[in-house]
Design a protein around this ligand. Sequence first.
Ligand SMILES: CC(C)(COP(=O)(O)OP(=O)(O)OC[C@H]1O[C@@H](n2cnc3c(N)ncnc32)[C@H](O)[C@@H]1OP(=O)(O)O)[C@@H](O)C(=O)NCCC(=O)NCCS
Length: 170
Amino acid sequence: MLKLRRLISSDASVFQALRLAGLQESPLAFGSSYEEEKDLPLSTVEDRLAARPDRGVFGAFINNELSGIVALGRENKHKLAHKALIWGLYVTPQARARGLARALLQEAIALAQATKDIQQINLSVNAGNGAAIALYQSLNFKSFGHEPNALLVDGEFHDEVHMYLPLNKV
Ligand SMILES: CC(C)(COP(=O)(O)OP(=O)(O)OC[C@H]1O[C@@H](n2cnc3c(N)ncnc32)[C@H](O)[C@@H]1OP(=O)(O)O)[C@@H](O)C(=O)NCCC(=O)NCCS
C-alpha cells in the first residue's frame, strides 16, 4: 500500500538512512555527498524535518517502508523569497517506475502553490539524468540554463541543467 505524507522530526532516522543510501547509490544526482552527510547529528536532521508552513520534506511509504523522498526549500533573503527549490529527490531502485517520484513532486508543488508569495520553483539536475529531466519536463518545468562543469565528482566534471516552474499566481 502506498502512502504519501510530510515527514516530521520523529522520521529523522529513517529519512537519514534513505538520504545516505541515495547519496551512495546515485552520487551524480546530488550536489551533496555521502561523506559530507554521514556523520550529521540526528538533531540536525530533526531540524531539517521540523514543521514549517512554507517548506518541508515529503516521503512515500510502501507498506510502511520509506521508499522515496523529496524536499521543498525556500530562499531566505527578502529579494529571493519568492523562489522555492526542489532538492533531494530519491526513490529506491526497487520502488522505481511506479509513479512515486511524480507523486512526491506533486506534493511539493502543491505546498509551493499553497504558500502565498512563492512564485516559482527552481531546481538543478545533472544534464546526463534523462529520467529526471523527462519527469520535470512532464510537470512543466522549463530549462533556463545549462551550466558546464557544475559538479566535480571523483575527479570528473558533470554539467547541470537549471529548470524552473512558474506558478502563475497574480
Ligand atoms: C529519477 C527518479 C527520482 C525517478 O523516480 P521514479 O519513482 O522511478 O519515477 P516515476 O515512476 O514517478 O516516473 C515519472 C516519470 O519519470 C520519467 N522516468 C522515470 N524513469 C525513467 C527512465 N528510466 N527513463 C526515462 N524516463 C524516466 C518518465 O517521464 C516518467 O513518467 P512516465 O511514467 O509517465 O513515463 C529515480 O530514478 C531516482 O531516484 N533516481 C536516482 C536519484 C535521482 O536521479 N534523483 C533526481 C535528482 S535531480
